[in-house]
Design a protein around this ligand. Sequence first.
Ligand code: TMP
Length: 214
Amino acid sequence: MTEPLTRGLFITLEGGEGAGKSTQARLLDDALARRGRKVLRTREPGGAPGAEQLREFLLKGDHGLSLRAEVLLHFAARLDHIERTIRPALDAGQVVICDRFFDSTLAYQGYGLAHGDPALLEFIARLIDLTGLMPNLTLLLAVPRTLARTRMQQRGGGSDRYERLDEAFHLRVADGFRRIADQAPGRIATIDAGGDVEQVQQALLTEIDRRLPA
Ligand code: TMP
């Protein structure tokens, strides 16, 4: 069962490649710090030494794992991240801003790789329950695929094994995120992230002010 938070606030950022999550997470960190909040900014897969090693394994090259094994590895990294990094920060009353969390497993493995297979979605749902931490707010950054692709091309650099998958996969991921958001309107706010960086940041802060206690 997911435990209620007693202190701190847990905010996750989600979206496909090229949605601008990392930039927005950084700006959000600055904005909340200016308001006097102590902020921890982190990411998945990763966010703790062991989880970062699993990130290397999951994102570099071709690991050849079966899909359920891959899902379990994402959750092993997540549990390490929760226990070593996220929980202690929340217990200390901090705001934790996390670039990706379990919605990415639902979208990428559940909808993207498994084409929305109900058995895999149920498998992931049970793991979500077992890991026992629910974000207070999830900000889903939505951009049209054409814009996301342009941003990815401009960014350049090495692409991970999910980024390299074909267009149909990325469209399934985007559709998956939409479905996930439709099923959890109380937790997930979808933000139009197609505008300029400052506009998007303002939209994120507006949602935070509207949905979370001061
Ligand atoms: P990023 O740090 O650039 O967002 O890359 C992380 C990649 O890992 C991205 O392609 C999404 C993918 N991913 C999954 O497939 N499942 C997950 O559970 C998580 C957290 C990330």
